[in-house]
Design a protein around this ligand. Sequence first.
Ligand SMILES: NC(=O)c1ccc[n+]([C@@H]2O[C@H](COP(=O)([O-])OP(=O)(O)OC[C@H]3O[C@@H](n4cnc5c(N)ncnc54)[C@H](O)[C@@H]3O)[C@@H](O)[C@H]2O)c1
Length: 144
Amino acid sequence: MTSTETFWTGKLVLVTGGASFIGSTLTDHLLARGAKVRIVDDLTSGHRDNIREPSAAGKIEFIHADLREPGVTRSAIAGVDTVFHLAADHGGRGYVDLHQAGPASNFFLDGLVFAEALRDRHLCQECSSRMDSVYLSCAHHAAR
Ligand SMILES: NC(=O)c1ccc[n+]([C@@H]2O[C@H](COP(=O)([O-])OP(=O)(O)OC[C@H]3O[C@@H](n4cnc5c(N)ncnc54)[C@H](O)[C@@H]3O)[C@@H](O)[C@H]2O)c1
């Protein structure tokens, strides 16, 4: 096996917004590569159905919570090797024009997740900003 094939084996990965379409798909791929996955999602737009199978099989740890609530982000990040931060209030084309407060709150959410990840001495690999919404697609690798 190459190092690429074994990279995720045994790693504990947090997927914020993991009950979303993209988050749950990412989770399936991480599990297939041997990672242990913790999801935190407040289910505002995500769905339990998206993670029903791995949940029923006991393959994921699911935390139903809002990351902005005190202590949630810190405890969700505790002990993880990598964070994929996908939780966000966003929508399709034109969403930000009609829902300005929600997407603006993503700055707070992103800052919170980054601050906690960095506090735990993780290193952010990638940040992306696109179109009218700002989101983060980050892999944090523990500096151990
Ligand atoms: N759908 C797309 O075309 C697309 C394209 C590029 C990037 N993305 C990004 O991928 C990610 C997932 O998007 P999606 O389209 O699959 O679905 P989505 O918008 O439903 O995903 C967001 C997830 O975050 C959760 N969430 C929101 N606020 C939260 C909070 N405060 N605490 C905990 N959980 C919270 C929601 O319940 C949801 O499951 C987003 O970051 C989005 O910006 C999506």
